[in-house]
Design a protein around this ligand. Structure first.
Ligand code: CU
Length: 183
């Protein structure tokens, strides 16, 4: 009497659906990282994370935006002179906010014109902070996505050959027969 492999007949279509879904994610829109907005609260003499109230020097990606929100009065966010990026909000009181989108990778120091100072050569003192901007390796991301996609398609082809049973409602990959054939 032949043994029925229930494990495979149940699992294989599920695995196939998962791979199809992952492939769709890998090759779908939004391959490059979405632009993020990081908020920094400007409080009494410090630049802080709104969630923790503690000083924050965030690391962001090129294309991301830092949003400074004035909680305390008489502050500015002002980039140190001599860096590859530059911004200056001027001195303001709440309610006020200032956004800067970072398009250049690098390490950028900034200070408050009232409670900090530009110490020269891109350095700062007093009430100050740092934004770390890492480059977005677009070509590598695209190559990675392409690699994942082809690996996914190969896996789907293998699975399709091994287990004809089962279908799924996930996205179809062009050229891959996903429903119950014996190719
Ligand atoms: Cu200040």
């Amino acid at each position: 009497m032949p043994q029925l492999d229930y494990g495979r007949s149940i699992r294989a279509p599920l695995v196939r659906c998962l791979i199809l879904a992952m492939t769709a994610v890998a090759i779908g829109p939004g391959t490059a990282a979405a632009q993020a907005v990081v908020t920094i609260d400007i409080v009494s003499d410090d630049f802080v994370d709104p969630a923790t109230g503690l000083h924050i020097d965030p690391t962001i990606a090129v294309g991301d935006t830092v949003h400074w929100e004035w909680i305390g009065a008489f502050h500015s966010t002002t980039a140190a002179a001599g860096q590859a990026d530059s911004w200056d909000s001027g001195v303001h009181n709440p309610p006020f906010s200032f956004d800067h989108t970072f398009l250049v990778p690098g390490t950028f120091n900034y200070y408050c014109m009232v409670h900090g100072f530009d110490a020269g050569g891109g350095t700062v003192g007093g009430m100050s902070g740092t934004i770390f901007v890492r480059p977005v390796p677009e070509p590598s991301l695209v190559l990675l996505a392409a690699g994942l996609a082809s690996a996914g398609v190969a896996g789907v082809r293998r699975l399709a050959r091994k287990s004809p049973a089962g279908t799924c409602d996930g996205p179809r990959v062009p050229g891959v027969r996903s429903g119950g054939s014996d190719d």
